[in-house]
Design a protein around this ligand. Structure first.
Ligand SMILES: Nc1ncnc2c1ncn2[C@@H]1O[C@H](COP(=O)(O)OP(=O)(O)O)[C@@H](O)[C@H]1O
Ligand SMILES: O=P(O)(O)O[C@H]1O[C@H](CO)[C@@H](O[C@H]2O[C@H](CO)[C@@H](O)[C@H](O)[C@H]2O)[C@H](O)[C@H]1O
Length: 464
């Protein structure tokens, strides 16, 4: 452990975690953002504990990084367990308005007799975070950083967003939005790295980070724990808009085309801001081997995939064959998990992209690897398919039209038309659909038929 944070993992932190242990075992697996669903939590170890408001007062506030011990997922090697960021509030009694935040009543230990809860639901702790960011505070191993050119106004009223999220977000006075990352790893996080790079490159399609939080803990590199950015007021997200238009039987191709243009602009800016590389035979083999490994692991985890494995595998082999024949591809940094829900349409009509974290279940190094931009394009094509499925009959034609319009828009804004490389696009779409099968099986089993329908199509046809 680095000396800087040695004092954060204190005896009191260890005692605190011991007293919370039984409550957290029950509470953590129920959280939408908990990544280890389907496997019991057998214990916790402390990575860091920092007191933000003193314990035992009217309101105590504890920042914890804890590792959840679990048996490994099917096919995965045993590891130390995922590290989660928790902001624990502590009161003698919880007011009724905070009932949804309840973690439990502590029977013994340093907080005995107190009630602990997820403090992000509570305005006061949320204000404490914003104050610390404004002041660029250093508390224990926590580093609250701010872009010195951007001010944070006082008196912004916080409200937690509740929704389908991998992390937790608080909106401050409709001016700023704070994303507290839940499953955290040490190292450069693309959710901060890429928006900072895009802001430096003058790209206005992505909100520029105003402030961020890092922690020095048990690893040589700090953990990135959260990012504050301007809140796009009055924005509608692409998923809601698409569903609304579908329900009305309205055409969405103009928006799909605009989304294609926005994506190409962000890709162009990223290619200018960060290094690009050429992928030859050896690198493409690694890439297609990765796709194959993910397919095999997915088929182990979700048996419904089995019948389609040979057909899906052929999509990856076709790409490996092209590479063996001498085709090369340019790779660059990209969004990494692009779908309609990551696109915001501002009241001006302009589209913005958010959430550059990448696929949360993948290791950081993999998420930061340059890849052909077809990966993001494939993510969006899958998203039109998802939207169409939610609408039921007639959605197929709608999705095809949106997919075509998106690719045209992408080409109009200076990107290469993704349809000119169908083998690459099919391989990435297949990889994404396989990822979605695992994601849905784990998080939203009712949605599993959506990616499974795509898997059936992709396994039996080579048409995009
Ligand atoms: N800058 C922003 N302006 C307006 N709304 C935003 C902004 N950033 C995020 N949101 C809203 O918050 C939600 C969650 O943000 P996101 O970054 O996708 O979190 P997660 O990684 O947890 O999925 C988005 O779907 C969007 O509705
Ligand atoms: O938004 P996140 O970064 O948390 O991404 C994860 O969750 C998404 C769902 O919320 C999931 O996206 C899948 O469902 C969407 C509809 O809800 C659809 O538009 C996407 O195309 C589909 O992939 C995403 O895969 C996952 O990483």
């Amino acid at each position: 452990m680095s000396e800087a944070l040695a004092h954060s993992v204190t005896t009191s932190g260890t005692g605190l975690l011991a007293s919370l242990d039984p409550l957290l075992r029950e509470w953590l697996p129920r959280q939408r953002w908990f990544a280890g669903k389907g496997r019991p939590v057998t214990g916790f170890s402390l990575v860091a504990a920092t007191e933000l408001l003193p314990a035992g007062g009217k309101l105590g506030l504890h920042h914890l990084l804890v590792r959840a011990q679990q048996p490994p997922a099917v096919g995965a090697p045993a590891g130390p367990g995922d590290c989660y960021q928790l902001l624990i509030g502590e009161r003698e009694a919880l007011p009724p308005r905070l009932a949804p935040a309840l973690i439990g009543h502590v029977p013994e230990g340093p907080l005995a007799g107190h009630t602990v809860y997820d403090a992000l639901y509570d305005p006061r702790p949320a204000e404490v975070l914003l104050e610390a960011l404004r002041a660029r505070a250093r508390i224990g191993g926590l580093r609250f950083e701010r872009d010195p050119r951007q001010e944070i106004r006082e008196g912004l009223v916080p409200r937690l967003i509740t929704g389908e999220q991998s992390n937790s977000s608080v909106v401050y006075g409709d001016r700023l939005i704070w994303k507290l990352l839940r499953r955290v790893v040490p190292g450069t996080n693309p959710d901060l790295e890429l928006p900072l790079a895009l802001a430096r490159a003058g790209c206005a399609r992505v909100p520029a980070p105003t402030a961020w939080l890092t922690a020095e803990a048990d690893a040589p590199e700090p953990y990135v724990l959260g990012v504050l950015q301007p809140f796009v007021q009055g924005a509608a997200d692409g998923w809601e808009l698409a569903l609304r238009e579908l329900a009305k039987g309205e055409d969405f191709t103009a928006e799909a085309r605009a989304l294609g243009r926005a994506t190409a602009e962000v890709h162009t800016a990223l290619a200018r801001a960060l290094p690009t590389v050429t992928l030859g035979h050896a690198q493409m083999r690694l890439l297609t081997d990765g796709m194959t490994e993910r397919l095999e692991a997915a088929a182990q985890a979700v048996p419904a995939l089995h019948p389609f494995v040979p057909g899906l595998y052929s999509a990856f082999e076709a790409l490996a064959d092209l590479a063996a024949e001498g085709t090369t591809w340019t790779a660059q940094r990209s969004h990494g998990d692009l779908h309609l829900g990551q696109c915001l349409r501002a009241p001006s009509g302009e589209w913005m992209l958010i959430d550059f974290e990448g696929e949360p279940s993948k290791p950081l190094a993999e998420r930061r690897m340059p890849q052909p931009v077809a990966r993001d394009v494939a993510g969006m094509l899958r998203s039109f398919d998802y939207a169409a499925h939610s609408a039921g009959t007639g959605g197929g034609r709608w999705a095809s039209a949106c997919r075509a319009a998106y690719c045209s828009g992408y080409a109009e804004a200076g990107g290469r038309d993704p349809r000119t490389d169908p083998v690459l696009l099919r391989a990435y779409e297949t990889d994404k659909a396989v990822y979605e099968v695992v994601y849905e099986a784990r998080h939203r089993p009712d949605w599993l038929p959506v990616p499974l329908a795509a898997v059936r199509r992709l396994a039996t046809t080579d048409l995009i």
